[in-house]
Design a protein around this ligand. Structure first.
Ligand SMILES: Nc1ncnc2c1ncn2[C@@H]1O[C@H](COP(=O)(O)OP(=O)(O)O)[C@@H](O)[C@H]1O
Ligand SMILES: [Mg+2]
Length: 144
């Protein structure tokens, strides 16, 4: 496990960019941690690496946002950004065809609150964990 101490929102975005540079199409990444620990900032970094045009915000009313990569080597790669915080039960995920997203080999999925959907996610899920640090703008980010 690797531990990164982020001192600012921008450092978390940069960390997400770096992380994205090592991702293979087909990757499914679970993002765990309390509200406000920086999961969405991290996704902004991933999206910046792939030069997506869409604005990245937590999908508040929808469960999933879709972005498209514009970098040459990964052009057309889709990035699915889930936020499961507001689901009432994991069964809601069946109604949106949750598991079908992961069969799309030309995509990367990032799932905030992935712990709420563990029964749909296989053991190959990579997780990134976010915690508050001691200082106001400090966050502790752990990768496997
Ligand atoms: N080091 C940091 N990394 C990420 N966000 C930070 C950091 N320090 C302060 N923040 C603030 O914390 C909030 C994180 O929000 P967000 O990424 O939406 O969290 P989450 O998606 O985990 O609920 C933002 O308002 C951001 O400006
Ligand atoms: Mg969020």
């Amino acid at each position: 496990m690797k531990v990164f101490i982020s001192k600012s929102q921008d450092e978390t975005i940069d960390f997400g960019k770096n992380y994205a540079s090592n991702l293979q199409p087909g990757s499914v990444i679970g993002l765990k941690g309390n509200l406000g620990t920086g999961k969405t900032q991290f996704v902004k970094g991933v999206a910046a690496y792939f030069e997506v045009n869409e604005i990245v915000n937590s999908p508040t009313f929808l469960i999933v946002n879709e972005y498209v990569s514009n970098i040459g080597s990964n052009s057309g790669l889709k990035i699915f950004h889930f936020d499961l915080y507001r689901i009432n039960s994991p069964d809601e995920l069946s109604t949106i065809g949750f598991d079908e997203y992961f069969n799309d080999e030309n995509s990367i999925s990032l799932i905030e609150w992935s712990d709420l959907a563990e029964k749909f996610l296989n053991k190959h899920l990579k997780t990134v964990t976010f915690e508050y640090g001691e200082e106001e703008n400090e966050r502790i980010i752990k990768t496997e």
